[in-house]
Design a protein around this ligand. Structure first.
Ligand SMILES: [Zn+2]
Length: 287
């Protein structure tokens, strides 16, 4: 059957309206499917994730997102390239202090003297570290999921870089317009959909997104993520989504009103994604 121009778009529009209506009804009635636990990527990750903010700023100024000591690179099978220059971070120097304390032995009830060791900071020293870009050797262990989530191809049209990293606390995913990058600390498709929505929203919104976590932008991203979960068969995330939206809207009643206020933007983002993901009418093609 020949493709009818505009037909697919209308089909996606119907799909978007239906799923958004279903979501709003679910949020309104509170009848949400049982929530499934969120997961995170575990692993050693980059040592710099545990550095102080000051040291991480020094690292970013050196133009890298992963810097390690000479031996730390060797431990992961990489060598520092010839002629590469180190830059320096500050690390605390510590000393072990032994002190004797008196305490009651819980078994005998007698007072005993025990030696305890304590680490104290005695100062700071400069530690040379090298940029990942100045090393060569084995690729770093991948945190990528064995099966990428749906819409990965769509996301690649909106950002240059999508990467998975071990969870270090604080956030599950992030979209950086400046770096044109999505970073994910979980394999949960819901989080990927949320960051994808931010990336698309950034393109379709005149002037792009505002910096930081703006409530309306978060609500748009999360409603789109919930809608995509529904459309792609990821059950159990709606509850998390509704919690997230309520958090940004301050309470449940306001949350619904705030969703309604940004619904046109939600629809625009969702349709942009669907029109790229499903430009042809699959059912008709099969028929
Ligand atoms: Zn967000």
């Amino acid at each position: 059957m020949p493709e009818r121009p505009g037909n697919n778009n209308t089909k996606n529009q119907e799909k978007a309206s239906a799923v958004l209506a279903k979501l709003i009804l679910a949020f309104q009635t509170g009848e949400l499917p049982a929530a499934i636990a969120q997961t995170v990527i575990t692993g050693p990750g980059r040592p710099s994730a545990r550095w102080s903010l000051g040291n991480r700023i020094i690292m970013f100024l050196a133009g890298t997102e992963d810097a390690r000591g000479f031996q730390q690179w060797q431990q992961v099978g990489r060598r520092v390239k010839k002629g590469a220059k180190a830059f320096y971070i500050l690390a605390p120097t510590t000393r072990t202090v032994r002190t004797r304390v008196r305490e009651v032995d819980p078994e005998t009830g007698e007072e005993v003297e025990r030696e305890v060791c304590r680490q104290i900071i005695t100062g700071f020293r400069y530690v040379p570290v090298f940029r990942y870009e100045d090393t060569e050797g084995d690729p770093l262990p991948s945190c990528k999921p064995s099966q990428p989530p749906p819409l990965m191809d769509v996301a690649r049209r909106f950002v240059n870089d999508i990467r998975y990293e071990p969870f270090m606390g604080g956030w599950y995913g992030a979209f950086s317009p400046g770096r044109s990058q999505i970073v994910l600390a979980t394999h949960d498709a819901h989080v990927f959909f949320h960051e994808l929505a931010h990336a698309v929203h950034h393109q379709v919104r005149p002037g792009g997104l505002q910096g930081g976590q703006q409530a309306d932008q978060e609500i748009v991203a999360e409603v789109v993520a919930c809608a995509l979960c529904e459309l792609y068969g990821y059950q159990g995330y709606l509850w998390h989504g509704w919690q997230y939206i309520q958090h940004y809207a301050c309470d449940g009643e306001k949350a619904l009103r705030r969703i309604m206020a940004v619904l046109a933007e939600v629809e625009k983002v969702l349709l942009t994604i669907l029109d790229i993901a499903e430009p042809t009418n699959q059912e008709e093609k099969i028929a």
